[in-house]
Design a protein around this ligand. Structure first.
Ligand SMILES: Cc1cc2nc3c(=O)[nH]c(=O)nc-3n(C[C@H](O)[C@H](O)[C@H](O)COP(=O)(O)OP(=O)(O)OC[C@H]3O[C@@H](n4cnc5c(N)ncnc54)[C@H](O)[C@@H]3O)c2cc1C
Length: 596
């Protein structure tokens, strides 16, 4: 099954929702306007469609394998990664000082979507490398930066994130890996890390592990965790590769999905200690890791959108080809392609609307990130940072949960053939399931949304977003079309339900935490739903304006119809979701534990 990058939709979002022309006014991004975006996206699409996408099924059927400490990736992966690195794609969003292209995230995010639609397993290697780059850029010493950054940015080496241990998953306070200072500024690292994505592979010359560990004598809990660089091969003064470090892959996992991506158990220090270099200061590791995780969480949200988009394209192709049953409206007198049936249309529209909503949300968040990091005015930077931080758990949590709904519908559209592996529809569903688990499960994202992002500021950020939504409603109402009014009506009901829930969260998060946290995931889902629906409302306004100018009628009309569907079928879920939250913890926590 081929993949076609949805470039037109991506550019629409960049132009009308992210306002890329404003991003291009930020110093350093002067060349990053719509024209550049289009050129970059078209080039990226060639690589993703032509080289990476054809490896998706082979990766599932013939995953990475492990023998005697060596991991061999699916045939074709190493060559594709070479092309990816040589094309400069790893460095797209990274600073030119270290060999990157210095483009905004607003453009980079679309490229990440394409790569992940093409092949989720493949794209994980660059995703983790991006995280390692972010951590070093933020907290690494000049020496660490000069030793590692350029090689990572150019894709010569790759990066990993080593947090998880058998007893420490969601709860990183339980990390036990040890780091012993050697007196020469280096440390020796001892311990076991599990589930390390691309912890070992044959696609690059060196692997730069970023590892959470405790320095001897450090305080218990999260306050005693430090971050280290532990390279697979030590690096000589002249930058060449030296001795093999004492970090070894002891096995890789057999998984439900993303099978081509090797998930490694790594043993540090079995032969005397793995040499590690401290990143930043001792005991501030979790803080630095959060920088990496925020970048990675956003990217995992985009993974959700990406796999859902691929699943949608696959389902549309099947629905236009499979002939079954006479249409209920008699429009065809014999059995017809299943796309004639209203329920198949409902499924395809749900998939399409959810994807467009999640893409719109991710693109808007990316533009906020760019302004938060690069805008010359500190007040603008701060406002965008606050908005972006609110969006991260939504992009991660909501888009990945929706990717399960969408990929499940993708299987359903195929009927029995969806359950049979040959069609490929099932792979997307299996691949998507990890996205609600790693980089913090949906519950962990929801806890973040309730605690840090909503209750901490007394609901101020949430209410500021509600006020912006109200403005969009007013614009929709004054624009005068029936479609715009229908969207405004749905948005209004959803926003009012959201505001009630925000008040409930603020009142209960500290006072009666079980009441708030019993509804944390529904709160995350309704907020994601509302924010994506708001972006769909903005899309409808922009599409109507373009239609009025006589621009691209078929595309703009489809945008309006999809936005209306989103409002009527997906946004419409919000009041019900809000009701569930407002019931608090009673029926959730009432049953005694021994009744389970
Ligand atoms: C394929 C794969 C790749 C991975 N890649 C990496 C990687 O590269 N690097 C890395 O370090 N790790 C990686 N991980 C680990 C991953 O991040 C963890 O599995 C994940 O964070 C969940 O931790 P856990 O598995 O220990 O589950 P647990 O933490 O045991 O969670 C079990 C359940 O309890 C819930 N739960 C736990 N705590 C809370 C809470 N406070 N509130 C509400 N609910 C809670 C969870 O939501 C979940 O439903 C990977 C895992 C897999 C499967």
């Amino acid at each position: 099954m081929t993949y076609t990058a949805p470039i037109k939709d991506m550019l629409f979002d960049m132009e009308h929702l992210a306002q890329i022309d404003q991003v291009a006014q930020i110093p350093g991004f002067e060349d990053a306007g719509l024209e550049t975006a289009q050129a970059v996206l078209e080039e990226c699409a060639k690589l993703c469609e032509g080289v990476v996408a054809p490896l998706n099924v082979p990766g599932d059927v013939n995953p990475s394998s492990f023998k005697d400490g060596v991991v061999t990736t699916t045939p074709g992966f190493a060559d594709a990664f070479k092309q990816y690195a040589e094309g400069g794609w790893q460095g797209l969003q990274h600073p030119t000082d270290f060999g990157g292209q210095g483009l905004p995230k607003t453009i980079g995010a679309a490229c990440i979507e394409m790569l992940n639609s093409a092949n989720l397993s493949f794209a994980l290697c660059p995703l983790l490398t991006d995280g390692a780059i972010e951590a070093l850029l933020t907290a690494g010493s000049d020496e660490l930066k000069s030793t590692y950054l350029e090689k990572l940015v150019t894709g010569e080496w790759t990066g990993t994130m080593n947090l998880t241990e058998p007893q420490a998953g969601s709860d990183l306070a339980l990390v036990r890996t040890k780091a012993e200072p050697q007196g020469d500024g280096t440390y020796k690292v001892f311990g076991t890390k599990i589930f390390i994505t691309y912890g070992e592979h044959d696609m690059a010359d060196n692997i730069v592990h970023l590892v959470l560990a405790r320095v001897a004598g450090a305080p218990e809990g999260v306050k005693g965790i430090s971050l280290f660089v532990v390279p697979k091969f030590l690096v000589n003064q002249d930058g060449s590769l030296g001795e093999r470090n004492d970090v070894h892959c002891v096995s890789i996992e057999h998984k439900m999905g993303i099978k081509a991506s090797p998930t490694a158990v790594l043993q540090f220090g079995d032969n005397g200690g793995a040499i590690g270099y401290l990143v930043g200061e001792e005991n501030r590791g979790l803080e630095y890791m959060f920088i990496m995780m925020n970048a990675a969480r956003y990217a995992v949200g985009v993974q959700g959108l990406a796999v859902a988009e691929r699943s949608y394209q696959h389902a549309v192709a099947y629905a236009k080809e499979r002939v079954q049953s006479r249409p209920v409206d008699g429009s065809v007198k014999t059995s017809a392609t299943i796309i004639h049936h209203p329920d198949v249309r409902r499924m395809l529209m749900t998939m399409r609307a959810s994807n467009e909503g999640c893409r719109a949300m991710a693109t808007t968040a990316a533009a906020a990130y760019d302004a938060a990091h690069h805008h010359p005015d500190p007040a603008v930077r701060q406002a965008n940072q606050t908005f972006y931080e609110f969006m991260v758990p939504l992009v991660k949590g909501y888009s990945t949960e929706m990717s399960l709904e969408v990929t499940s519908l993708g299987v359903q559209v195929h009927g029995g053939m969806g359950f049979i592996e040959e069609t490929g529809a099932a792979q997307y569903y299996r691949d998507a399931k990890i996205l609600t688990i790693y980089e913090g499960t949906t519950a962990i994202q929801a806890n973040d949304l309730v605690g840090r992002k909503t209750a901490r500021d007394g609901g101020q950020t949430a209410k500021a977003i509600a006020a912006q939504i109200e403005k969009t409603e007013a614009e929709l109402n004054t624009s005068g079309t029936d479609t715009a009014k229908a969207i405004a009506a749905s948005l209004s009901l959803a926003r009012q339900a959201f505001v009630k829930v925000v008040d409930f969260m603020v009142a209960n998060a500290k006072a009666t935490p079980n009441a708030a946290y019993a509804g944390s995931v529904p709160y995350l889902m309704l907020t994601g739903n509302l924010v994506a629906g708001w972006q769909m409302g903005r899309s409808a306004l922009a599409a109507q304006a373009q239609l009025n100018l006589g621009q691209d009628a078929a595309f703009m009309q489809a945008k309006l119809t999809t936005a209306k569907f989103y409002a009527e079928h997906i946004l419409a879920r919000v009041p019900g979701q809000a009701d569930a939250v407002l019931h608090g913890a009673d029926s959730v926590m009432e049953l005694p534990m021994d009744m389970f």
